[in-house]
Design a binder for this molecule. Structure first.
Ligand code: SF4
Length: 319
């Protein structure tokens, strides 16, 4: 069975790990990050505001102007404008941190917030929809394939599972690149992600299948980044109970000759119960894995879908 191996490196807003770097000298420690994820990933903490030379404690900053392109200015001294420094640091980190597989950002921050950060108009009112923190926006623009999430959104079990699935897929691809890309390695990689893609994004599953079928017509240098970018975009879409059920039924199909009628009925019953929201995904998957242990299938065993992230993270207990 495919087991994600080395710990992926994830950059994180330093205040989420309990570092006292906020404007008031405090932190925003996240127990999910500090207590749970820290056991499975290697965190790379950074604080953009400290990095550009603002001390701690410091005058708070806020976003002002157009929500799509705001300025980060001081709340006391409006002439203090750190927009360019924060954006430059975002671009610098995008290049420098070339071994990370994800980024966890602090929500609502004018520097780190991913979305819906308050943006103030000239009259002092906040504007509908808000914007992105300046550092976060520069980083996301420079690294469109990097899995990025906010700590707050990670409290949602579906978003958490989706983010970590993407993180481990990103790390998997980085290992492949380090080992040396070849046409064969890409086809093999894609075949391992077949059912994960089918669960996340059935439409893009077909599009990517057609793309990989044309691999021989392209140069490797041109094809590989294009493929990876499309894969990461496709995996952004969280799988639903319906798409998971579709994959579970496909995978059960590999057992149809090995299982008796009663085992098949039990499998089908658990998939139906999962579809109805009575039990979590881990239940039908555990039975499926049990049957595949007794009746191994090489192709299924290599599927990322069977274990896209470490079992001890228990991410499929909550979805
Ligand atoms: S949100 Fe970002 S800039 Fe603010 S304290 Fe945390 S790491 Fe630093």
């Amino acid at each position: 069975m495919h087991i994600p191996d080395a710990k992926p490196r994830i950059a994180i807003s330093a205040c989420l790990l309990g570092n006292p770097v906020r404007f008031n000298g405090g932190h925003k420690q996240s127990s999910l990050c500090s207590d749970v994820l820290a056991r499975h990933v290697a965190f790379v903490p950074l604080c953009p505001e400290v990095a550009i030379g603002l001390g701690t404690p410091r005058e708070p900053i806020r976003l002002v102007g157009a929500p799509e392109n705001p300025r980060a200015r001081g709340t006391v001294r409006s002439e203090l404008d750190v927009t360019d420094a924060l954006a430059a640091y975002g671009r610098q980190m995008a290049t420098q941190l070339d071994d990370i597989s994800g980024f966890i950002l602090m929500q609502k921050s004018p520097s780190c917030g991913m979305e819906r950060v308050k943006v103030y108009a000239a009259n002092g009112h906040t504007q509908p929809g808000g914007g992105s923190g300046v550092f976060a926006q520069a980083l996301m623009q420079a690294c469109p394939d990097l899995p990025v999430e906010e700590d707050g959104r990670l409290n949602d079990a579906v978003l958490r599972e989706n983010f970590l699935t993407r993180v481990y897929a990103h790390a998997d691809w980085q290992r492949l690149r380090q080992a040396g890309l070849s046409r064969r390695a890409i086809v093999d990689f894609h075949s391992r992600y077949k059912y994960q893609l089918m669960a996340s994004n059935p439409l893009q599953y077909k599009v990517l299948g057609r793309l990989v079928a044309q691999l021989a017509e392209h140069s490797l240098e041109e094809f590989a980044p294009q493929y990876f970018s499309q894969l990461m975009q496709a995996l952004k879409k969280p799988a639903t109970r319906g798409t998971h059920c579709n994959v579970l039924l496909h995978l059960s199909g590999y057992l149809k000759d090995a299982l008796g009628a009663e085992d098949r009925r039990e499998m089908r019953h658990l998939i139906d119960q999962y579809r109805a929201g009575v039990i979590p995904l881990v239940v039908p998957l555990t039975l499926l894995k049990h049957h595949f242990r007794r009746h191994p299938d090489h192709y299924v065993a290599r599927q990322a879908y069977m274990q896209p992230h470490p079992e001890t993270l228990s991410l499929r207990n909550g979805i």
